[in-house]
Write a protein that binds this ligand. Structure first.
Ligand SMILES: *Cc1c(COP(=O)(O)O)cnc(C)c1O
Length: 347
């Protein structure tokens, strides 16, 4: 008997951490084709010991969110972009691509089946969705898996910053997160295993996270932990790094559009030398989890470079970008064509 009782949690204090919800979607690829998939109540997966997802990191994932609109509709933010990126990730590590229709179907089914977990409009919380794919089945050599699993699960997550946007302080890492012609531009699990130690060391040193420089010259800003970087210049330009080893953030290119089309700013994608950060009056990191993390300061070679108000408050442009994006995602502001997709209501 399906439980439809609305979940009541303290939404404002909810963390970004795992909560088991009712259903997850699963589809399997065997004999050269995907099955139609189904919902499952069991959070455990039975994994063959020879699975390449376990041995060789043949695995990729996505991160996306669903929001409750004021009128009760459930909105997904640009899920077609996640579907495309998921295919690109799979192709780079020789896994069968999940067709976009199957990806969207899996996401919609998962949200639909767990809608009693949907945080209400204006609570600051949202439903975080995690699509995942890995190589499975009997195998031992370094080669693509004979079979593949596509699964989607979700959970309510709280506002990233409790009590509003708060600037964070970062340090530049000596480690690289990606190789110049490696897998940095796809959401493959292996990239993140290697990032655990640099992140840990940054936190131990008293920073929120680390900044990675480009792996070729170690001169330009590449990424902020698992988020993209942007800076705002004195003359109101939105500047973000250009590099083939950066993960193309959907939040970042949405902010580029908002900056250009809605706020009338000039947008530049180019090298951002770590020794020329004084051109920025504001800086931030962006991604699905936090939307925007304002950056208060960056520590590089023993020196702290500060941005707006020495990091004591959020800059006005960062605030406007954040409010605009958040407003579009929650259905409070008109959306550029195709940015929000409604999850159809049904019982
Ligand atoms: C997922 C991710 C981002 C953010 O991408 P969004 O599409 O905005 O969520 C940025 N950098 C890295 C390394 C990521 O894995």
């Amino acid at each position: 008997m399906k439980n439809t009782k609305k979940i009541d949690l303290d939404w404002s204090t909810l963390a970004f951490s795992y909560i088991q919800t009712d259903y997850r979607f699963r589809a399997e690829w065997r004999g050269g084709k995907w099955d139609e998939g189904r919902l499952d109540e069991d959070p455990y997966l039975r994994v063959h010991e020879g699975s390449t997802g376990l041995h060789y990191g043949q695995q990729c994932f996505e991160g996306m969110k669903a929001f409750s609109a004021r009128d009760g509709r459930i909105l997904l933010f640009r899920p077609d972009e996640n579907a495309k990126r998921f295919r690109r990730s799979a192709a780079r590590i020789l896994m069968p691509e999940v067709p976009e229709e199957l990806f969207l179907h899996g996401v919609m089914e998962t949200v639909q089946a767990n809608r009693r977990w949907m945080p209400p409009h204006g609570s600051g919380a949202s439903l975080y969705i995690r699509p995942l794919q890995y190589g499975m089945g009997p195998n031992i050599g370094v080669r693509p898996a004979p079979e593949s699993m596509f699964t989607v699960f979700c959970m309510p997550v709280g506002p990233y910053f409790k009590g509003g946007l708060k600037p964070v302080f970062l340090m530049v890492s000596d480690y690289d997160r990606a190789a110049p012609n490696g897998t940095g531009a796809v959401k493959a699990g292996g990239n993140y295993a290697g990032s655990l130690l640099p992140h840990h060391e940054a936190v131990e040193a008293g920073y929120a996270d680390c900044i990675y420089l480009d792996p070729k010259s170690h001169r330009n800003i590449e990424e902020v932990g698992a988020a993209n970087f942007f800076g705002i210049t004195r003359d109101n330009r939105f500047v973000t790094p250009k590099s083939p080893s950066i993960l193309p953030s959907i939040t970042r290119f949405s902010l580029e559009y908002i900056a250009r089309e809605m706020l009338g700013m000039t947008v530049e994608e180019r090298d951002i030398p770590i020794d020329s950060l004084d051109e920025f009056v504001e800086a931030g990191a962006c991604g699905t989890a936090a939307v925007i993390t304002p950056i208060g300061g960056i520590q590089y070679q023993g020196e702290m470079i500060h941005f707006h108000a020495k990091g004591e408050e959020v800059g006005p442009v960062t605030r406007r970008l954040y409010d605009t994006l958040k407003g579009i995602q929650q259905g409070d502001l008109p959306s550029p064509p195709g940015w929000v997709m409604e999850v159809p209501a049904r019982d």
